[in-house]
Design a protein around this ligand. Structure first.
Ligand code: KG4
Ligand code: ZN
Length: 338
């Protein structure tokens, strides 16, 4: 890989992030989280756009300072074109276009989902990068899918959720438990103190490699409503066990299909990506398979799991090598296939 220096910009949801990459080595990876959404229990798109606009220049400036480079060392600008919230994407896209024009460097569009997967090729993401073909369970707040990765830019979705994403299930169930948004990391933390076998929840029975998470959410809701009628303090008294049981159920659903795909396709190179890949029970389940099923597993370094610009810069670097540039008339896109 060449050692060009590229700036990556990510603004697809509620994190404004900028990163500088040299070759596949990250020199800086800065993010500003938006606390403004907490009190609403979810991301409010208009507030997200406004916060991106506020954050983007300080975040980009900080990424350049931290990387200890001069602005004129930047060879290209990579940005998230989609998928995501349109208003949020527009802020990053407009800024990336303007900066590319003023620095007179190429502009490179990046698919956010490809970036979650290709984050595995960042130098310090893994001890070793995955070998093609590999399976990547891509699990975030907006997406849940099993991707067959044949090459950097040759990916096939072999299974996906038919309703909620896994991260969304964590967040919505967390809301039932009266936890803050995003509840995924909170459930992960509380689950450590609980008994994962305390409660059983319905699991979907879908064929093929597809997922469904709306059933478990409803099952938790009805169960909680029933118990709270009998004991108003039920949630408080059982919070650790509830979190551990919900987490166990979600991770089992995720792993069963991944295991099925690995067996049926005969692929033992198995990776996880996206915000939910930060989950400690999912990481543990992957490690178990490494021993039990002989998988070579790839779990990205924590800071490359949730939304970040390092992964955007990584994809931009791969496209820069191929000379795949984007016209300055480009626009953001809320939907963007792999
Ligand atoms: O990839 P990401 O940062 O943003 C999207 O592209 O959606 O993923 C965010 C999602 C949220 O739903 C959040 O609750 C979940 O990832 N998440 C977790 C954990 N950390 C983040 N879910 C379970 N356990 C975690 N430790
Ligand atoms: Zn994401």
């Amino acid at each position: 890989m060449n050692d060009s220096i590229i700036l990556g910009i990510e603004s697809s949801c509620d994190d404004t992030s900028a990163a500088i990459i040299k070759g596949n080595r990250i020199l800086s990876n800065i993010a500003a989280n938006q606390a403004v959404h907490k009190e609403y229990g979810g991301v409010v798109p208009e507030l997200a756009s406004r916060a991106h606009q506020q954050n983007i220049i300080p975040v980009v400036e900080k990424s350049i300072t931290k990387a200890n480079i001069q602005q004129n060392a930047i060879s290209a600008i990579g940005f998230t074109r989609g998928p995501g919230l349109l208003g949020s994407l527009l802020v990053g896209t407009s800024f990336a276009k303007s900066l590319a024009m003023s620095l007179d460097v190429p502009l490179i569009e990046v698919n956010h989902l490809q970036a979650h997967i290709l984050a595995h090729f960042i130098e310090d993401a893994n001890p070793m990068p995955p070998k093609f073909p590999f399976l990547c369970l891509t699990v975030s707040g907006g997406h849940t899918m099993i991707v067959l990765v044949k090459d950097y830019f040759d990916m096939e979705i072999i299974g996906k959720t038919t309703d909620d994403a896994a991260g969304e299930a964590f967040d919505k169930i967390g809301k039932i438990f009266d936890l803050d948004y995003p509840a995924g990391p909170i459930i992960d933390r509380l689950a450590k103190e609980g008994n994962p076998d305390a409660f059983q929840f319905n699991k979907p029975k879908l064929g093929n490699y597809d997922y469904s998470f709306s059933g478990i959410k409803t099952s938790v809701l009805y169960f909680i409503q029933k118990e709270v009628r009998k004991n108003p303090d039920f949630i408080k008294e059982n919070l650790y066990d509830l979190c551990a049981s919900v987490q166990k159920a979600i991770i089992e659903i995720l792993m069963n299909k991944l295991e099925k795909a690995s067996k049926e396709l005969g692929i033992k190179e198995v990776a996880i990506a996206g915000g939910v890949s930060a989950n400690s029970a999912l990481r543990k389940a992957m490690q178990d398979h490494e021993e039990r099923s002989g998988w070579n597993i790839y779990i990205p370094k924590f800071e490359y799991t949730t939304d970040n610009a390092a992964m955007i810069a990584m994809v931009a670097q791969l496209k820069f090598e191929k000379g795949e540039f984007t016209d300055l008339r480009t626009t953001a896109t809320a939907k963007y296939d792999l």
